[in-house]
Design a protein around this ligand. Structure first.
Ligand code: ADP
Ligand code: MG
Length: 240
């Protein structure tokens, strides 16, 4: 899902460190995860409304536009996310509105542009896959349901990396909301193998790379036919 010309993780780390920042952008984070086998929506940055339209059309409408800034990490909080844009005119309008919202709600934050990606198909359950680095245990993986389940109920499960397939099976079954993944109301049962595979890929990547302090794939859309990360953020460890 990412182009082969994408910079490597080492190159992106080097560039971020040279710029004195530890937070990678969504498109950098997804590019790296995609190169490591994690399914992500292809995401490219536009620096004009016309460029946003041509990227959206080449990736396929409907599109999602988001503010791209190394200083804004909660994009929807500042009006920086617009979903389900079905036409060139909607994409153009969203571009201008996002730039205006960033200027108004995050004054002073450097904005690199607006990222463009395809709208993920409907019918998914939003889940979160995260990683933090524990001083004693090293990388720790987190899994939970998205939205209020994680924020209010803190219904999450943890495993120390590296995870083996049995750990991945257990981590998804351990949360109280597991029933949401097995077919609930109008939702189809989630393909758990695909979700577990995504978790194992994130675990492997975390385990191999001491530059990673945190990863946040929030949300991952879990479907009956697979899983897809639509937002991702990587934070680097402070330089030695
Ligand atoms: P934030 O920085 O606020 O976390 P997100 O990129 O997670 O921004 O976008 C906010 C919400 O918009 C997500 O939780 C998800 O519900 C939805 N969303 C984001 N990207 C997509 C996409 N490509 N397809 C469908 N829905 C999306
Ligand atoms: Mg998010």
């Amino acid at each position: 899902m990412t182009s082969t010309a994408a910079p490597s993780f080492a190159e992106i780390v080097q560039r971020a460190r040279a710029e004195n920042r530890l937070i990678l952008t969504e498109e950098e984070s997804k590019g790296i995860l995609g190169a490591n086998g994690v399914p992500v929506t292809e995401t490219r940055v536009a620096s004009s409304a016309n460029e946003a339209v041509s990227i959206a059309e080449s990736l396929g409408l409907p599109a999602v536009l988001k503010v791209s800034s190394t200083e804004i990490t909660h994009k929807s909080d500042i009006g920086g996310v617009q979903l389900n844009l079905g036409s060139a005119d909607e994409v153009r309008g969203a571009y201008d509105e996002i730039i205006a919202a960033a200027g108004k709600n995050a004054p002073g934050a450097a904005v690199q542009g607006v990222s463009v990606q395809p709208m993920a198909p409907p019918g998914g359950v939003e889940v979160i896959v995260g990683m933090t680095r524990d001083e004693q245990f090293g990388p720790v993986l987190m899994f939970g349901l998205g939205g209020i389940a994680v924020e209010v109920l803190q219904d999450v499960a943890f495993r120390i990396t590296p995870l083996i397939p049995r750990d991945a099976r257990e981590i998804v079954r351990e949360i109280k909301g597991f029933k949401m993944l097995t077919g609930f109301r109008n939702l189809l049962p989630v393909n758990l193998d695909a979700l577990e595979d995504l978790i194992l890929k994130v675990s492997d990547f975390a385990d191999k790379n001491p530059d990673l302090a945190e990863m946040d794939l929030n949300p991952v859309m879990a479907y009956s036919h697979g899983a897809l990360a639509v937002d991702a953020r990587i934070i680097l460890t402070p330089a030695e």
